[in-house]
Ligand binder design. Sequence first.
Ligand SMILES: [Zn+2]
Length: 87
Amino acid sequence: MRGGALQRGVPNSAPTRLEQLCPLCQGRSLQVRAAATVRYEVVFDADARDFVVLGEHLEDEGWDASSAAVCRRCGWQGTLELCLLER
Ligand SMILES: [Zn+2]
């Protein structure tokens, strides 16, 4: 189980059948926190005397079953693998 490339809110694939994930409220979605680094491509505008961002590149560190998860519905906190064990 791995999150793969971050696509800003776009699911990896359209889910067809959702299982209950939260051990407390049986909610079907959990929020996973993952760190990411943004690299900006910048230039210096001599007239404005300021930096201008030309583009940005997002490098996420991904997530897996050991990542921390939170249920926004009831507040349960644990890892994704823990919520699979607690069923
Ligand atoms: Zn819950």
